[in-house]
Design a protein around this ligand. Structure first.
Ligand SMILES: [Zn+2]
Length: 213
């Protein structure tokens, strides 16, 4: 009886492991292309029609670009800092960083801009790196709230900054081209950490810099 019970639990364990491996395994491009052909058929068209023949391969290549952020590490991007800034200890701000992401609910584009300010603690990072951090998180399936929080945390932790402010203004195509069909609506999210959170004057100054555009 015990032997049978043990055997059954071993089988279950092996099944669970196989399932886990299947979840972890990245589909091949051919498998991803087959999925696109299914979606074309679901839309009501014929994937074998001439104009659509190369579409699955193009879609799969586009996905590799849209979602390239999964294979990148923001900590690595922020690891190359420099100190020779003549004791500069005021904030550094980047305004209107173009943002292209995809919502995790509909996989439709989120297009907008991100604004970032941080107060360094001795070490600063090249400004293009901040834009790269935005890109790493944007090129994943996202909600705007999560995206905003992830960018702020990565800069806060990566640079051990005195404070970080992130504000994102974006349009969600799942709102403009489907569902409620409301174009021209901007969603605004913000996340303040450290000094930007504890000192309302800093937050105010940050928001003022954005109004002055
Ligand atoms: Zn959506």
């Amino acid at each position: 009886m015990d032997a049978i019970a043990t055997e059954a639990s071993q089988v279950r364990l092996l099944e669970e492991r196989a399932k886990q491996r299947d979840l972890e395994r990245r589909p091949t491009p051919a498998e991803a292309e087959a999925a696109v052909r299914t979606l074309i058929r679901w839309a009501g068209d014929d994937p074998a029609r001439e104009g659509l023949l190369d579409t699955p391969a193009r879609v799969v290549r586009s996905y590799a670009e849209f979602f390239s952020g999964y294979s990148e590490d923001p900590n690595e991007i922020l690891s190359r800092t420099f100190e020779e800034v003549e004791g500069y200890d005021d904030w550094i701000m980047l305004r209107d960083i173009r943002l292209e992401s995809h919502c995790e609910h509909h996989m439709l584009p989120i297009i907008g801009v991100a604004h970032i300010a941080y107060i360094p603690k001795g070490r600063v990072v090249g400004i293009s790196k901040l834009a790269r951090v935005v890109e790493v998180f944007a090129k994943r399936l996202q909600t705007q709230e999560t995206l905003t929080a992830q960018i702020a945390s990565a800069i806060q932790d990566g640079l051990q900054a005195v404070g970080v402010a992130v504000l994102i203004e974006a349009r969600h195509e799942c709102m403009t081209t489907r569902g409620v069909h409301k174009p021209d609506v901007d969603m605004i999210t913000s996340r303040m950490t450290g000094a930007f959170k504890s000192d309302p004057r800093l937050e105010e100054r940050f928001l003022n810099m954005l109004r002055k555009r």
